[in-house]
Write a protein that binds this ligand. Structure first.
Ligand code: FMN
Length: 221
């Protein structure tokens, strides 16, 4: 590797939206963004896009500064797009203080992006518990052991906590971790973006006032 090569040059040589990309007429998408999303997710799966259910959750902190990280999409239903997190993580606290969030998906092989914005609302305690219990044992152990995003002074602390959590779960297989929460983001805006190699990107934005009827409009690229 040439360490002297300027970063700008390295980046300029990396192709983006290289194609071939689908030439889609976005105005033929379903009238409801939930269904449009389902269609695009199925396209992504068929195209072999890796982890198409990975998305960026953006939040704001107490100072109004944005924060973002990748999460896994757990479901989409009439209540919105779901994700599961620990309530006492930084993102959990940020959502608690300001539930307005955004979610962003990018499927590079197809040149597709989906963005949505709206409030994140916690599902019922029963649904949160059932999500926790459905998780593989390793994920449950990690969720119990982790003081997520706290400073880890010594990796041995984590090993010890994981060991303790493992024993605890063996003795309490039906345990539901307090603060395990599933949220649904009920969007007021959802945008579907189809990149094009000639940069004549197609964009369609859905908006709703009442969460039920949607108005879709094309946007300039
Ligand atoms: C592909 C991928 C999937 C992830 N899925 C989740 C998830 O579903 N829930 C979660 O809490 N963190 C998930 N993470 C970790 C988060 O990105 C993040 O590092 C962690 O939740 C701490 O975030 P916070 O400090 O903003 O609270 C995932 C990371 C990646 C790269």
């Amino acid at each position: 590797m040439n360490n002297e090569q300027p970063m700008k040059e390295i980046l300029r040589k990396i192709p983006s939206l290289k194609g071939p990309l689908p030439d889609e007429d976005l105005t033929t998408l379903p009238t409801c963004p939930h269904e449009a999303f389902r269609l695009w997710l199925m396209n992504a799966l068929e195209a072999g896009v890796r982890e198409p259910h990975a998305m960026t959750l953006s939040t704001v902190d107490d100072n109004g500064c944005p924060d973002a990280r990748v999460l896994i999409l757990k479901n989409v239903d009439e209540r919105g797009w779901h994700f599961a997190i620990k309530a006492n993580s930084p993102k959990g606290k940020q959502i608690d203080a300001n539930p307005e969030v955004s979610l962003t998906f990018y499927w590079p092989d197809l040149g597709k992006q989906v963005r949505l914005r709206g409030p994140a609302v916690v599902l019922t305690p029963e649904e949160c518990a059932s999500d926790f219990l459905d998780r593989p044992i390793g994920s449950r152990t990690a969720a119990i052991a982790s003081l997520q995003s706290d400073i880890l002074e010594d990796p041995e602390d984590l090993n010890r906590k994981l060991g303790e959590a493992e024993v605890f779960l063996e003795n309490n297989p039906d345990h539901v971790e307090k603060g395990w929460q599933v949220y649904a983001v009920a969007p007021s805006v959802v945008e579907f973006w189809q990149g094009a190699t000639d940069r004549n990107h197609k964009r369609l934005r859905y908006r709703t006032e009442d969460g039920e009827s949607w108005v879709a409009t094309r946007l300039w690229p």
